[in-house]
Design a binder for this molecule. Structure first.
Ligand code: SF4
Length: 439
């Protein structure tokens, strides 16, 4: 039954914009017209010209999806993608695990700071726990639109790996490459459509002055430059391969661009456990060591709570739980956990919240199961492939991360690191379009 609007509708035409999309991947079609206009294969191809340096950043989840589809190893896929994109005129192809590792390092730093302020009983703005991961734009959009100001202070201020990659490229590497940021056209390959929404956020646009220094866009009226120009989903990259009639499996394998690709001398990618970025796992280990002087060897023992999409791990010291972290995937689980926070009944210190059931490997932009294959079977396969060709290492030990801090960000949590790797969130005032959504 239709529910009447509380106020008579405005006589103006109602426009549905990017900001009216719930971005849960379930209703992504409500914004697809706008997204496809601005972030599609045609737009990508149109920017490959002598005026611009086109740089493609590939997520490890997309690498795993293409590897599964083509029955190749993830390292082979990455090298073949390098060959493929460069044959189109792309300047460089990078793996986003270096930006994920910076995002993880900054998240560790932020967690320790919040925890210390929490124990000291400091004001809420610096001490809110549980800290909630911020890498999933589906979750962020839901929090801003539906939950609003109460939940936002709990969300980590650290940018997602996609946006940290944009910051690295346009604020730092551009200078090393000899390009002004507006001459770099940055394309990411991601497992979901929601990443297109993330790239379009005003918070991820900056401006450049004539001396070449970069500023937040509010400070300067010059040209607006996005950190990420276009997001292509894994499925769209597969469409591009088919469009170009390429025999992908037969492509030669170019060496990775090692300036920003986290690959060791044996061709292994630096990685962490966790198909959605490994936030809970990495911060848990770091906090155990840095707050309680406990080294955690071997895999973390997550305990299933309600279902496989809601698992928790705890650290006990002298019989008392001192850290309790959870993975919370899918809207059903995240609604429950958020409700507990709102009632002051949550005893978690950290929550890795992801909008998709099973997390990012199961994103809406990934390649669909083959004919006759179940979604569950594909997820299991992706989970195994994701960890192939990976050297599990602490993000703090990653050589590229160390170089980026030494050359540019100074140290975790420094003012410079905060300028380029942190963001903020905004409660969204409901529009007529969103009221219509609730009919
Ligand atoms: S869980 Fe991952 S794939 Fe799904 S919407 Fe969030 S970021 Fe995208």
């Amino acid at each position: 039954m239709l529910r009447p609007l509380s106020k008579p509708p405005s006589p103006e035409v109602v426009k549905v914009s990017l900001k009216d999309c719930l971005a849960c991947s379930g209703c992504i079609t409500s914004a697809e017209t706008v997204m496809l206009e601005k972030q599609c294969l045609e737009e990508f191809l149109s920017h490959i010209n002598p005026e611009k340096a086109v740089i493609v950043s590939v997520s490890p989840q997309s690498r795993a999806s293409l590897a599964t589809y083509f029955d190749l190893s993830p390292a082979q896929v990455f090298r073949k993608l390098t060959t493929f994109f460069k044959s189109l005129g792309v300047k460089a192809v990078y793996d986003t695990s270096c930006s994920r590792d910076i995002s993880l390092v900054e998240s560790c730093n932020e967690f320790i700071s919040r925890h210390k302020h929490h124990i000291a009983g400091d004001e809420e703005s610096v001490s809110n726990l549980p800290m909630i991961s911020s890498a999933c734009p589906g979750w962020i959009c839901y929090a801003e639109k539906t939950l609003g100001s109460f939940i936002l202070p709990y969300i980590s201020s650290v940018k997602s790996p996609q946006q940290v990659m944009g910051a690295i490229l346009k604020h730092h590497i551009s200078k090393k490459m000899g390009y002004s940021p507006d001459k770099i056209f940055h394309v990411t390959v991601m497992p979901c459509y929601d990443k297109k929404l993330e790239a379009a956020r005003d918070d991820f646009v900056f401006s450049v002055d004539h001396g070449g220094e970069n500023y937040p866009v509010d400070d300067f009226s010059a040209m607006k430059i996005p950190e990420v120009d276009i997001v292509l989903t894994t499925g769209e990259v597969l469409d591009l391969i088919k469009l170009k009639s390429i025999d992908f499996k037969a492509l030669v394998e170019d060496p990775p661009d090692r300036l920003l690709t986290n690959v060791d001398d044996n061709g292994l990618f630096y990685g962490v456990s966790g198909g959605s970025g490994g936030y809970a796992e990495t911060i848990f280990r770091y906090a155990a060591k840095n707050l309680f002087n406990r080294d955690i060897e071997g895999p973390l023992q997550f305990r299933i709570i309600r279902n496989s999409d809601f698992q928790e791990v705890a650290l006990e010291v002298d019989g008392k739980v001192v850290l309790r972290f959870a993975l919370c995937y899918g809207f059903r689980n995240l609604r429950n956990v958020v409700q507990k926070i709102s009632k002051g009944k949550s005893d978690y210190h950290f929550l890795e919240i992801m909008a998709c059931p099973s997390g990012c490997l199961n994103g809406g932009g990934q390649i669909k199961p083959a004919a006759g294959q179940s979604a569950t079977n594909l997820i299991q396969q992706l989970g195994n492939v994701y960890m192939q060709d990976v050297l599990i290492a602490s993000p703090f030990e990653n050589p590229i991360v160390k170089t980026l801090y030494a050359e540019w960000l100074e140290q975790p949590g420094s003012e410079k690191a905060r300028t380029y790797t942190r963001t903020q969130y905004h409660p969204v005032v409901k529009s007529i379009a969103s009221e219509l959504h609730n009919w």
